[in-house]
Design a protein around this ligand. Structure first.
Ligand SMILES: [Zn+2]
Length: 440
């Protein structure tokens, strides 16, 4: 594991324990007295939708995740919320009315009668099919991310988690890469009402193109994406030369990686890049996307990461003590997606989990034959990231970071007055006042 810090597990592999002792080993133990308020935003309805039998995106991975989180009794540590769906008005904060109207009215039956032009206009096809209840599904996952931002804005949460969110490819006018609406962009727009600078960090296997594009011209949002890149791999963007334009110049950071990157090189590079970026940009809020397709053995994946290494990136960002919205993303081997997100929930709550999955879990059979939270996931793919290649990527990004020294607007923003804790009623009054002003 090299320089990756491995937290101790409750049961070591070097000695065995008898059955009675084993049954009495606690599910988790706290690492320190955590004073952070962590909230968990999950509407179980979201896991019931199907993209289609052959489609790799399986919303039931969210049910598996929730089962693990509940079985480990992590609910004792967090505030739990069952969020409402996002309203149409909320979706229109980023997406075009034309597109949202289409999503709201289209059905799988009506889709069969659509002409090629309309299908192409709205990018409907194998990746983004029209399925039963699709609009409800997207309104639920977007609603959960927005709910999480409200808890961060009001100060009720220091860290807010929505594993059903993180759908980073969706564009203003169309769906992309299994993503219909972009809950991350919607969340950041909401956070910008209060936060002068928001940092977006994406450790999904794929480039976070939808979020980068939305904030490409502003210096108030820095987007940082670590991903596989060769110019062809989906979505095709994410070269180190994509750095932002206009005021946003140098506020988009891309870390293009080759197949098979391992724990040690990934975590080392991640820390080397993130430390100076956070220090220089000084975000007042961070959105961390935790796509699980960067794990080894992912159905669509080509990296070699283990769960602890992925979680160490999240742990590192948490250590800066900045309010965080934490969302999911890709991840196509459901048993490992759920292991990862349960593990990361524990990391965010400052507890160490017993690596043995609780045997009363309703979906216990999914986690055999090892029934461990930490299966070995490295070694399937050859590591094509030479030291020389990683060094050159690091050098280019360090060069870009040096330009940030001369980014005056980073220092110029004043923190806006605290408008935390707006109730829905107050929001409604402000909206009415704005509408009146517009009508006048
Ligand atoms: Zn992905």
């Amino acid at each position: 594991m090299g320089s990756v810090t491995v937290p101790p597990t409750s049961v070591t592999d070097t000695f065995t324990v008898d059955k009675v002792t084993e049954e009495n080993i606690p599910l988790y133990h706290p690492n320190k007295t955590s004073t952070l308020n962590v909230s968990y935003h999950y509407n179980p309805e979201v896991s019931r939708y199907h993209y289609g039998a052959l489609h790799p995106m399986k919303p039931f991975r969210l049910m598996l995740t929730d089962h693990l989180v509940i079985s480990y009794k992590l609910y004792e540590k967090m505030d739990l919320y069952t969020p409402r769906k996002a309203t149409k008005d909320e979706l229109l904060q980023f997406h075009s009315e034309d597109y949202i109207n289409f999503l709201q009215t289209i059905t799988p039956e009506a889709c069969k009668n659509l002409d090629e032009l309309t299908l192409a206009k709205f990018n409907i096809g194998d990746d983004c099919p029209i399925f039963d209840g699709m609009y409800d599904y997207l309104a639920i996952y977007a609603g959960a991310s927005l709910d999480a931002t409200r808890k961060l804005i009001s100060g009720m949460s220091d860290i807010a988690i929505n594993w059903s969110g993180g759908l980073h490819h969706a564009k203003k006018f169309e769906p992309s890469g299994f993503c219909y609406v972009n809950d991350i962009v919607l969340s950041i727009i909401n956070l910008l009402r209060v936060h002068p600078r928001v940092m977006y960090i994406d450790i999904d296997l794929h480039h976070g193109d939808g979020v980068q594009e939305a904030f490409y011209t502003t210096d108030r949002v820095m987007t940082v994406s670590f991903h596989k890149y060769n110019g062809e791999f989906f979505p095709g963007t994410g070269s180190v030369d994509e750095t932002g334009i206009g005021k946003g110049k140098n506020f988009a950071i891309n870390v293009p990686l080759r197949d098979g990157i391992d724990d040690e090189s990934y975590v080392r590079l991640f820390k080397l890049i993130m430390e100076p970026l956070i220090t220089k940009f000084q975000p007042t809020c961070i959105v961390q996307q935790c796509g699980a397709d960067s794990l080894g053995y992912d159905r669509l994946g080509c990296f070699n990461l283990n769960i602890r290494a992925h979680g160490e990136c999240v742990n590192f960002i948490k250590s800066f003590g900045i309010p965080m919205l934490v969302v999911g993303g890709g991840g196509y081997t459901p048993r490992n997606v759920s292991r990862l997100w349960c593990y990361e929930t524990s990391v965010l709550n400052d507890v160490t989990l017993n690596h043995k999955i609780p045997n009363y879990l309703p979906t216990y059979d999914w986690f055999g034959p090892d029934f461990s939270l930490h299966p070995q996931l490295e070694g399937r793919i050859d590591n094509k990231n030479s030291r020389k290649y990683l060094e050159s990527v690091k050098q280019e990004i360090m060069e870009q970071i040096r330009y940030l020294n001369h980014a005056p607007s980073v220092q110029m923003y004043e923190i806006p007055p605290d408008i935390t804790g707006l109730t829905e009623e107050e929001d409604e009054i402000i909206k009415e006042l704005n509408e009146e002003a517009n009508n006048d």
